[in-house]
Design a protein around this ligand. Structure first.
Ligand code: ZN
Length: 440
């Protein structure tokens, strides 16, 4: 696609500022994947669409992208759901993983280069946990249950890591306030620090387990799965660790300090980028609350996945927002206008618009700003320059954005250009992942 690349800047949670993303020829991205026990909801979709846009910006800037995503295909919530529903946990994981990938394909999310299964990685994870024990970064804790058969759990010893807390920047009080709700076990007797994370869970009756070598039979803790998979796929100091804001602590904090324990190097990732939570009816959308809007349900209802993608892109990834049906109706109206505009044989020159889309996305993935730039070209094309747009003003709620750059998006050359509609459609497809024409 013609035009100048614009280097990406993104908000890094660990430094609390927008920083330049300066990957080498290969940009390395790790995004935490799903636990496949329930269908993809809009909170997930927002996360994977955000990192899809990030990947598209890197690609547009000439980088090869190495994108890795894990699949947490053995975990407590998955096992509990399988037990409740009377199905084999492996079958549940396979079924929900397939549905997730169908949803992502429908949303035009470019697939990761590697989907790495935790089940397939158990031997490597066990090796890493054994190394942490050997180097004094971890300790065994006997299981005080009659059926334990002498097995011991293994915990990471946070007192061995001065960097602990640097990813989230949270205080201990803040950490302790959420730890139990986010999979931690602060009340487990015998731990050296209530925050120490589980690395290896010794086998319990009725639970799946694997041969852990010197660890004995068991299964991995949650955070070390991503430590091992990211280190083995991408190596230390990859470019972006991504996920939802609910993963900042403990998941990304623990994954990072465990990696330092294994390698002696820092940082784990150059930038930690987090998608804000998506709400519904005044609460965070989550499985535990049961207030989910499912991508597969919207698809089954005949909603256009491209309208759904546009609805997600209409909100800044850093701002929490709540889903309403109106957002999808607005996005469908916008999509219809865009498709109408690019279906015409000629249109106003689109070069400045494409440049503006690039410039907005490079500025911390300002997707609302990028959509507004396309809206202006579409208004010029359909309405001869009228500024009316069917969108509600919700896309402009981030007052910290620099609006001056948008001035450049007013088409400066209204001469009819027979390449403009195709150029605009190709740019929207490549950079925003929104397909406007059957061929694009
Ligand atoms: Zn993870």
């Amino acid at each position: 696609m013609p035009g100048e690349a614009v280097p990406l800047r993104v908000y890094d949670t660990s430094s609390s500022e927008v920083v330049p993303s300066e990957p080498g020829p290969t940009a390395k991205l790790y995004v935490c994947g799903i636990t496949p026990y329930d269908a993809t909801h809009l909170g997930h979709a927002a996360t994977y669409v955000t990192f899809d846009v990030l990947q598209r910006v890197w690609r547009d800037n000439g980088h090869t992208v190495h994108y890795v995503q894990n699949v947490t295909d053995v975990d407590d919530p998955l096992l509990e759901r399988a037990e409740r529903d009377g199905v084999d946990w492996r079958d549940l994981a396979v079924r929900e993983t397939e549905l997730f990938r169908e949803d992502m394909t429908a949303l035009a999310v470019l697939p990761p280069d590697e989907y790495v299964s935790v089940v397939d990685s158990v031997a490597e994870i066990a090796t890493d946990v054994a190394r942490l024990l050997e180097s004094g970064h971890a300790y065994r804790l006997a299981v005080d249950e009659p059926t334990a058969d002498g097995g011991a759990d293994v915990y990471f010893d946070l007192s061995t890591e001065d960097r602990f807390g640097e990813v989230s920047g949270w205080s201990r009080a803040e950490m302790l306030a959420v730890y139990a709700d986010r999979g931690g076990d602060p009340d487990r007797p015998g731990k050296r620090d209530p925050l120490d994370p589980l690395l290896w869970r010794a086998a319990r009756p009725g639970e799946p387990s694997w041969d852990g070598g010197v660890l004995g039979p068991g299964r991995p803790g949650w955070h070390v799965e991503c430590t091992t998979i990211a280190l083995r796929s991408l190596g230390m100091t990859f470019d972006v660790q991504g996920g939802g804001t609910d993963l900042v602590f403990p998941h990304h904090e623990m994954s990072a300090v465990q990696a330092e324990g294994l390698t002696g190097e820092w940082p784990f990732a150059r930038a930690y980028v987090h998608q804000a939570m998506v709400g519904l009816d005044g609460e965070k959308m989550s499985k535990s609350r049961g207030n989910l809007v499912l991508v597969s349900r919207l698809r089954a209802d005949g909603r256009d996945p491209m309208a759904l993608r546009l609805a997600l892109l209409a909100r800044s990834y850093r701002t929490e927002w709540a889903w309403t049906d109106d957002l999808l109706a607005d996005a469908q109206a916008r999509l219809d206008r865009w498709r109408d505009a690019v279906s015409r044989p000629t249109g106003p020159n689109a070069t400045a618009t494409v440049a503006a889309v690039r410039e907005r996305l490079a500025d911390d993935l300002d997707t609302p700003g990028a959509l507004a730039a396309v809206d202006r070209w579409v208004a010029e094309q359909l309405d001869g320059g009228a500024t009316g747009t069917p969108q509600r003003d919700a896309t402009r709620d981030d007052t910290t954005r620099d609006d001056t750059a948008l001035d450049a998006t007013t088409p400066d050359d209204t001469t009819s250009d027979d390449k403009a509609p195709a150029l605009l459609a190709a740019a929207v497809d490549a950079l925003l992942g929104v397909r406007l024409t059957p061929a694009s």
